[in-house]
Design a protein around this ligand. Structure first.
Ligand code: HEM
Length: 82
């Protein structure tokens, strides 16, 4: 399989709404979660707070994300690495 493309944090930050697609990072991985926004159990507005940036500051506050099933779901949306 091909390696994932490499993006800068600046490129990720350009994907901050649905029109530009919603990207987030977790660790050094980059995800396009646009198609998950409407499915988010915590609501659309909450997930959009992290759009274009890192999930860690938000997930530190909402610790229900620190579960294997959440990380597995996230992995399905991976599009690149930093
Ligand atoms: C719940 C995924 C971003 C706030 C959840 C749950 C999943 C999920 C799977 C259900 C967990 C469970 O109950 O087992 C995601 C993914 C995110 C993301 C994949 C990013 C790509 C965020 C952000 C916030 C947030 C940035 C806050 C700013 C919440 C809250 C709940 C929740 C408050 C609890 C909803 C409830 O049970 O009433 N999220 N989340 N999430 N999420 Fe997220």
């Amino acid at each position: 399989s091909l390696p994932f493309p490499v993006y800068t944090r600046q490129e990720v930050a350009r994907h901050h709404d649905e029109a530009s697609r919603v990207w987030v990072t977790y660790g050094s991985d980059v995800f396009d979660v646009t198609d998950f926004i409407e499915l988010h159990p915590g609501g659309k507005s909450k997930i959009l707070l992290a759009a274009g940036g890192a999930l860690e500051p938000f997930w530190a506050l909402y610790a229900m994300h620190n579960q294997e099933h959440v990380l597995e779901l996230l992995r399905g949306y991976k599009v690149g690495v930093l």
